[in-house]
Ligand binder design. Structure first.
Ligand code: ADP
Length: 319
């Protein structure tokens, strides 16, 4: 009988639980045995592995975080350390592994695949920074969390006629800042993929003030600079009273949106389907609303890109 293991790795994201549930239930539906690895690659090398049944993934589809816990395991880069994980899987007779995580986790998954475990990656990160998929599991939830925060800050920005600088997550990617900025009607969006011209930002704020604009919202992606630094930079050019908000880890938590739950359910099941067909060494994703799989090598070929048309639109609408 085929035995599949599943783990979550790297930064957690809302919808990881829905993906775990999908992998577990689809595996059992196909007549396979399924095992949960706790604490990501760390749990793999520590033999923190447990057989999962249908009921073990009950009542988690609506929960943020990950039932299997996550961990960073820098030593997993070492082949000798990975061998411990491979030995543990072999002990249970497990020959296939589903890794839910970001691109760092994909690198570990790729190594394991080369070393003999049939491995599939499932994109779980709020950053939306992985090639081979238009959307990652957790991005939609984080987007809605940020938009809600921006709406609230806008209320007080209007009351006090102030410029607010809101720092959002995304690591080196600007997707979350871009989408949240567009959805929240921000006057300025600063993302790593477009050079930040603070002087131009200052001039626009000034022009806005001169025509009677009461407030301004700047969204800055953490990959560009901190909100604090942005305020300092801005005041080099204009005399403006700013308030900085760092949204922080609230962006990673919360119950997943319907979209994230559906995406997680589709991608988790697809991972099992691919393993069933003898396909591995790739990650699943969604492109133009079609489920796809992409080889890890191809995913790592180039850096993830933002949707340029969306960035252009955000600029056109925030004049
Ligand atoms: P994410 O998956 O969210 O991008 P990280 O970049 O922290 O998060 O990666 C998660 C884990 O993946 C790391 O802690 C490490 O165990 C593993 N990993 C990352 N890069 C590699 C690599 N080059 N080789 C093997 N394992 C890796």
């Amino acid at each position: 009988m085929k035995k599949i293991a599943v783990l979550t790795s790297g930064g957690d994201s809302p919808g990881m639980n829905a993906a775990i549930r999908s992998v577990v239930r689809k595996s059992i539906f196909e007549g396979y045995e399924v095992y949960g690895v706790y604490q990501g690659f760390q749990g793999l090398i520590n033999d923190n592995i447990e057989k999962l049944e249908l009921g073990d993934v009950g009542d988690i589809i609506q929960r943020g975080g990950t039932k299997l816990f996550s961990a960073r395991c820098p030593e997993f880069i070492d082949a000798g350390v990975r061998q411990k994980g491979l030995d543990n899987l072999q002990k249970y007779g497990i020959d296939s592994l589903v890794v839910i995580g970001g691109d760092g986790s994909y690198r570990g998954a790729q190594r394991l695949n080369e070393e003999g475990i049939k491995t599939i990656g499932v994109p779980g990160t709020i950053d939306n920074d992985i090639n081979g998929t238009d959307f990652t599991i957790g991005f939609d939830t984080a987007l809605n969390t940020v938009v809600d925060a921006v709406d609230r800050i806008r209320d007080t920005a209007t009351s006090h006629e102030r410029t607010f600088i809101i720092e959002v997550m995304g690591r080196d990617a600007g997707d979350l800042a871009l989408w949240a900025g567009l959805a929240g009607g921000a006057e300025t969006i600063l993302i790593p993929e477009a050079a930040a011209d603070i002087k131009a930002v200052a001039e626009r704020i000034e022009t806005g003030m001169n025509r009677g604009k009461k407030h301004s919202i700047i969204i800055v992606a953490e990959g560009v600079m901190s909100a604090q630094e942005c305020g300092v930079e801005l005041r080099k050019y204009i005399n403006v009273d700013t308030r900085e908000s760092v949204l922080g880890h609230m962006q990673r938590g919360g119950k997943p949106t319907g979209n994230d739950r559906v995406l997680a359910s589709r991608l988790g099941a697809l991972a099992v389907d691919l393993l069933k067909d003898g396909i591995s060494g790739c990650a699943v994703g969604i492109e133009n609303n079609k489920l796809v799989e992409t080889k890890f090598d191809k995913i790592f070929e180039e850096r993830h890109q933002i949707d340029r048309a969306l960035y252009k639109l955000s600029q056109e609408l925030s004049i």
